[in-house]
Design a protein around this ligand. Structure first.
Ligand SMILES: [Zn+2]
Ligand SMILES: [Zn+2]
Length: 166
């Protein structure tokens, strides 16, 4: 059990970064931007709106490359399908099922939340994140690049494969 949680914590953490060239709109220099860490953000976006958490700078003129990165993210990921769609649908199905059981008073709400929902949420995040532990190149090293709508966008550092997770 303890090793499960250790593995869980490791899997669930995003590794932030940016390893793709961007063209600076100010000086036209094209290069891999300077990565200065990341800032958390909580607002939700819909459709194909990009959100970049990494602080990226043009290595030549130090211009902030947030917009450039956002456009790049849309270009790269808009046609990539969500890798954990089946898990998500199953999860939503189970939530609905439990909600119906609560509404029909077959199970009381505190019981449902404590005993059913909490482990389900843990299991769901674990299963979703486990998608990133596998890659065609056999040495997966997925880096979180940002959000597109409500999906997280990742790129394998080793082979460049792109994955989107809900
Ligand atoms: Zn520049
Ligand atoms: Zn790979």
């Amino acid at each position: 059990m303890r090793s499960f949680f250790k593995k869980y914590r490791k899997i669930i953490q995003h590794k932030h970064g940016w390893e793709i060239e961007l063209q600076c709109s100010k000086c036209n220099h094209r290069a891999i931007p300077k990565y200065n860490g990341w800032i958390p953000g909580y607002s939700k976006s819909f459709g194909n709106t990009p959100r970049i958490y990494a602080k990226l700078q043009c290595p030549q003129c130090e211009n902030d490359l947030k917009n450039e990165a956002g456009n790049k993210l849309v270009g790269l990921f808009q046609n990539i399908r969500t890798a954990n769609k089946r898990i998500t649908i199953m999860f939503i199905g189970l939530i609905l099922f439990i909600t119906i059981l609560i509404l029909l008073r077959i199970i009381p709400p505190p019981f449902a939340i404590g005993l059913l929902l909490a482990p389900m949420i843990i299991y769901f995040s674990y299963k979703s994140a486990a998608v990133l532990q596998k890659c065609d190149c056999n040495t997966p090293h997925y880096i979180f690049m940002g959000m597109l709508g409500r999906t997280c966008c990742y790129r394998c550092s080793t082979c460049g494969k792109l994955k989107r997770l809900r």
